[in-house]
Design a protein around this ligand. Structure first.
Ligand code: NAD
Length: 295
């Protein structure tokens, strides 16, 4: 698989384009927004510069990686020569179904179509195409050039040979792939979100404060980040949406989101991206500062 098209040039798309390009693939990065494409190329270059400074890559590696990436705002043209399409557009079911129909109509008939979705059913996405056996989940983690894990998600109809090809390709990217069946939350979010939700409840019920909760998981369990800090990093709206997917998908109230999380999202306190969640961001110091609400 040589020609890779990545759809969506946001947080995940630029990282996915980066790792494919750095491992010698020819990448077409597609977004509806020209500004997003420009920003993505700058981000890739900035991340390559950091690797260069740390002597992980050479000047010529950097040049070759950048030369391997071209951009397009035309999805139909962008997928026309792809061996593999990796979709990393905004997390919205209707949008993804529309994009997959368009990819299916325009990509070569033998191309594999992957989605980086965090929570949408691969089986549902596959069902709108004429090649459900070639549709698969390729779930990367943020930041993509750094995080080693890829969840390879087999939809109901995914061909075993397709799955084996994507496992092999993920290893070539320097990643560690794990094979997962297509059920709500896959494996990572099914385990992570209930942990975070329990942390929200622990705070909501006044059992422990923000710093205490994160300290318990960092120092007691060896987690690099506490669950509240991680929730802020992921985005509290994203956590809420995934808990809804788990609750509705399994029909099990144990996944019902903590009312505190629901309130914070309603108040627009979404974590790092809005400057406040469980912590406050954007201050001068490097230390974490607990949000006034919880101080
Ligand atoms: P993002 O909002 O940063 O980027 C999404 C990009 O998609 C935007 O640049 C937008 O312009 C583009 N887009 C929207 N509609 C499009 C269309 N019709 N055609 C082409 N491009 C279009 O989102 P993100 O955080 O990079 O997430 C992308 C996907 O990756 C989602 O499915 C998300 O669930 C998944 N994901 C995100 C993370 C994370 O930590 N952010 C981790 C794993 C998986």
């Amino acid at each position: 698989m040589q020609n890779i098209t990545v759809i969506g040039a946001g947080t995940m798309g630029n990282g996915i384009a980066h790792v494919f390009a750095q491992t010698g693939h020819s990448v077409t990065l597609v977004d509806i927004s020209a500004a997003a494409l420009e920003k993505a190329l700058k981000t890739v270059e900035k991340n390559l510069d950091r690797m260069l400074r740390k002597e992980k890559i050479s000047e010529s590696d950097k040049a070759a990686t950048l030369a391997n990436i071209s951009t397009s705002t035309d999805l139909s043209k962008g997928v026309s020569k792809a061996d593999l399409v990796v979709e990393a557009a905004t997390e919205n079911v209707d949008l993804k179904l529309k994009i997959f129909k368009q990819i299916d109509e325009n990509a070569p008939s033998d191309a594999i179509l992957a989605s980086n979705t965090s929570s949408i059913s691969i089986t549902k996405i596959a069902a709108v195409t004429n090649r459900p056996e070639k549709v698969i989940g390729m779930h990367f983690f943020n930041p993509v050039p750094v995080m080693k894990l890829v969840e390879v998600i087999n939809g109901y109809a995914t061909d075993k040979a397709v799955s084996a090809q994507i496992m092999e390709l993920s290893k070539k990217l320097g990643k560690v792939p794990v094979e997962i069946k297509d059920y709500p939350g896959f494996a990572a979010n099914r385990m992570l979100m209930p942990l975070m939700n329990e942390a929200f409840y622990t705070l909501y019920e006044g059992v422990a404060g923000v710093t205490e909760i994160d300290t318990v998981m960092k120092l007691g369990m060896g987690h690099p980040m506490g669950p509240l800090q991680l929730a802020d990093f992921v985005g509290l709206d994203v956590c809420l949406a995934i808990l809804h997917v788990l609750r509705d998908g399994f029909g099990n109230p144990k996944y019902a989101p903590c009312p505190l999380l629901v309130n914070m999202v309603a108040a627009g306190k979404l974590g790092r991206k809005t400057g406040e969640g469980f912590y406050k961001y954007g201050g001068a110091g490097k230390d974490l500062v607990v949000a006034d609400q919880f101080a």
